[in-house]
Design a binder for this molecule. Structure first.
Ligand code: HEM
Length: 506
């Protein structure tokens, strides 16, 4: 019996290695075509087995062996993985137009209205139209400023809550989630997340749906194995989330319609002005000259604003505070800067004050370098491209590993160290011009929420640093703080961040 098992094992091994040999040869010798370096693939699954639990780390490790541009196969899908600033610049600047598409995947189709949302739209006329609505109508600088009051009120409420529990442990993960959800829900719906049944149900379901989408399932990449996703209930769960999210969005729209909006987007009751839903409904009703939107795209845009805007900002805030607690001298230096600028007991931190806080900006940049919330983001080739001597086929999926780029040794000294000082005498910024720091992407498809997110994060951290000192419970030292990551659409901290605001500064 044992001999038979050994024989069966050897046969399986030979079949596996033959498969490996042929798949590899097929990839690297196609006439004159020059393909990027590739690790060996397994039959059927290609390189899917190498993604691991935290793909940004596994792919980075693979890149240390195969180089900053690697051609992998996700099932049958050719996938180019980029891990250096120089190659990211080629993709996002030199060949930005050729790589301006997004991969077409069956799972997101279910949630994002057949990929009609801005994040997933293919490059073209419709993308330009929706992008313009996002950039010029929802998130232009005047609108972002008009959200100042919401931001200030919500941060003020959080500060009051922390003051009340001062000297006891607080769960900052929970607090930041509520703060970001409330800020985005008030901006999007005109009401707080915690106040509106709609907002709460929506964000809870959205979180679950997005977590599900970030499973790289075999059924997605090997079309003839699509039945696995039907059999194991994956498709049914997505269908259910899609139905439920659509129901909530319909209810939100009906609610706003029945209350009525004036031509400038203000609600009749005047309570909550300039929220996304009212602005979009104004456009839908033809109140904004030269701009139009259909109902499905309107719902898809709301999905994006909430889906792309909440978890990313929460994750960033948690990492900023985690790094500050792990690095006490950095926290002290930041507090000194902020308290000096706010000298004289001034409580309200304004945009002008924030402009003066250079060390704060450096701390946030360093956090984005070490912990880009969207560690890997996707593009797709619209046409054949010769990229740095390699032939890239149309529809190749492109993965930009922003996390690996933050460790690119040709750009960063001691990349493992949290060292905001590296940004003090440098003009490197995260606005899409410096390819060694691209947490928001770059080029045509750069994140349109960048300005909104950046100012909210600066404002929140500045307030927490001005008004409190922070320590770990039970006298634990900063270096004891667990910084293990959890996988997902954003790479967050696995365990909740529990800290003690030890002294308030009022
Ligand atoms: C810390 C916060 C945020 C981070 C790190 C972030 C990151 C990103 C990244 C990496 C992309 C892909 C860029 C590319 O392909 O080049 C993206 C796209 C996008 N983000 Fe953000 N984002 C954040 C906040 C927001 C907010 C607050 C909103 C909206 C309110 C938003 C809406 C979007 C949308 C709609 C897209 C798709 C743009 C397109 O494809 O044209 N994001 N974001």
């Amino acid at each position: 019996m044992e001999e038979f098992q050994l024989f069966a094992f050897l046969v399986a091994l030979i079949v596996l290695f033959c498969g490996l040999y042929f798949t590899r040869n097929k990839l690297t010798s196609r006439g004159n075509i020059k393909l990027a370096p590739s690790p060996p693939t397994l039959p059927v699954i290609g390189n899917l087995h190498q993604l691991g639990h935290l793909p940004h780390r596994s792919l980075w490790e693979l890149s240390t062996k195969y180089g900053p541009i690697m051609l992998l196969k996700f099932g049958s899908k050719p996938t180019l993985v980029i891990s250096s600033a120089a190659i990211a610049k080629e993709i996002l600047k030199t060949h930005d137009l050729a790589f301006a598409n997004k991969p077409v995947m069956s799972a997101p189709k279910k949630i994002f209205y057949d990929l009609k949302d801005l994040v997933n739209l293919q490059y073209g006329e419709q993308w330009r139209k929706i992008r313009s609505i996002f950039v010029h109508e929802l998130l232009n600088s005047t609108r972002v400023k008009s959200f100042n009051t919401i931001r200030e009120e919500e941060i003020g409420l959080m500060v009051e809550k922390i003051k009340r529990v001062s000297s006891s442990p607080v769960n900052l993960t929970y607090m930041f989630t509520r703060l970001t959800n409330d800020m985005i829900c008030r901006s999007a719906f005109g009401k707080k997340h915690s106040e509106t049944g709609h907002g709460k149900i929506f964000l809870d379901k959205m979180d679950d749906a997005v977590a599900l989408l970030f499973n790289f399932t075999i059924g997605e990449f090997v079309p003839w194995l699509g039945w696995i996703n039907r059999l194991n209930g994956f498709n049914a769960s997505l269908d259910k989330y899609a139905r439920e999210l659509d129901e909530v969005l319909n209810a939100v729209i009906e609610d706003h319609m029945s209350r009525g909006t004036s031509s400038n987007g203000d609600e009749d009751d005047g309570k909550s002005k300039e929220n996304f839903v009212d602005i979009l409904l104004g456009i839908y009703k033809g109140n904004t000259p030269g701009v139009s939107i259909d109902l499905i795209s309107l719902k898809a845009v709301i999905l994006d604003a909430l889906g792309a805007g909440t978890e990313t900002s929460t994750t960033t805030l948690i990492w900023v505070m985690t790094e500050l607690i792990r690095n006490p001298p950095v926290m002290t230096k930041l507090q000194d800067e902020i308290r000096e600028i706010m000298e004289g007991g001034k409580q309200q931190i304004t945009d002008e004050d924030l402009q003066k806080m250079q060390y704060l900006k450096a701390v946030i940049k360093e956090t984005f370098r070490c912990h880009p919330p969207v560690a890997i983001y996707f593009r797709a080739a619209r046409e054949y491209v010769n990229l740095m001597g390699y032939d890239i086929a149309p529809e190749t999926m492109i993965l930009i590993n922003a996390w690996a780029i933050g460790r690119d040794p040709s750009c960063w000294d001691e990349p493992e160290k949290f060292m905001p000082e590296r940004f003090l005498n440098s003009c490197v910024d995260f606005r899409g011009f410096d390819f060694q720091l691209i947490p928001f992407g770059a080029g045509r498809r750069i994140c349109p929420g960048l300005g909104f997110a950046a100012i909210s994060i600066e404002h929140t951290v500045a307030n927490l640093m001005q008004k409190f000192d922070w320590a770990l419970p039970h006298g634990a030292k900063g270096e004891d703080l667990d910084a293990t990551e959890r996988p997902g659409f954003t790479i967050g901290k696995k365990e909740p961040l529990i800290v003690v605001p030890t002294k308030s500064y009022f």
